[in-house]
Design a protein around this ligand. Sequence first.
Ligand code: NAD
Ligand code: LMR
Length: 327
Amino acid sequence: MKSPIRVAVTGAAGQIGYSLLFRVASGAMFGLQQPVILQLIEAPIEKAMKALEGVAMELDDCAFPLLKGVVTTDNPVVGFKGANWCLLVGAKPRGPGMERADLLKDNGRIFIAQGKVIDEVAADDARVAVVGNPANTNCMIAASQAKRLTADRFTAMVRLDQNRAQTQLAKKAGVDLTEVKNIFIYGNHSPTMFPAFAQATIGGKPAAQVINDQAWLQGPFCEIVGKRGAAIIAARGASSAASAANALVDHVRDLNTPGTVHSVAVKSNGAYGFDPNVWAGMPVRTTAPGAFEVITNHTMDDFAKSKIAATNKELVDERAFVAELIK
Ligand code: NAD
Ligand code: LMR
């Protein structure tokens, strides 16, 4: 058996946390040969800490063979100490009628503090995955505080959007979703994101040829995927949780699986015209556990270029909005 890795999770008593922790402890994220120690971090609020104790009791009661320890704390220095993976879920979610911009400054402050502490106390090989919204900009904020850990260690999640897009294409084509490949998300985890359908294939053929409805691909498809989060909030009265936790399992597992090509929000290197100071969703290939290269050779037509320009502008505007915070 390998030695355990330390996985820090913020917002561990929240909705996503409740769907996530049991899958991490069962081996779904790091594999069935990799023991884990969970370091669960909550806000310093009595109710949250009490709920966290309950979650830790349930983890005990699962008797997971791979779970070698559980730490519960409201102190980020304790929670991130020696962490190999830092899963930053804890943040205020959007409620009905709220836009992501409403969350920017409130949640941004959390990521300033956490970015600093992670840089000081996490393991040398630490990787950070941000889920708390607005995820791309929160990731940029956390990374801005790091002096030791390089920018490529900080990623944000757009995998839920990729999974949503895959399912929508499969439903439209009337095929099993495993037939749909190469659908990647560009830009922000927000309604401006661009699910790049031109590269997608269905049963090995171009998705656009199989679906044969360019108006649907450019209109309703992009809209359904981009606004799926709001549709779930309208239906459940709360933001997506189980599907978000599932997407985070996919995000981390695929970042640890060399050869996998998947959508991740990473620091832009200027590819596809993204501003070099933003974290934008794009296809990456995992090159070694925790390391990746951006796929830069996807051809974009005028429609794709205009969608990417719009989502890039939103990311640049979000960065400007929090500029005071990251000084
Ligand atoms: P939730 O309110 O159920 O849970 C959030 C938890 O974070 C709470 O328990 C809260 O006490 C905790 N928290 C707040 N501040 C904290 C801090 N400083 N340190 C540690 N913990 C802290 O919310 P949720 O439904 O679990 O969603 C969490 C976040 O994930 C939200 O911002 C939501 O919008 C976002 N989200 C992102 C995606 C995505 O695809 N990127 C998908 C769904 C939800
Ligand atoms: C989602 O995409 O489901 C989440 O980011 C929640 C939201 O605010 O849209």
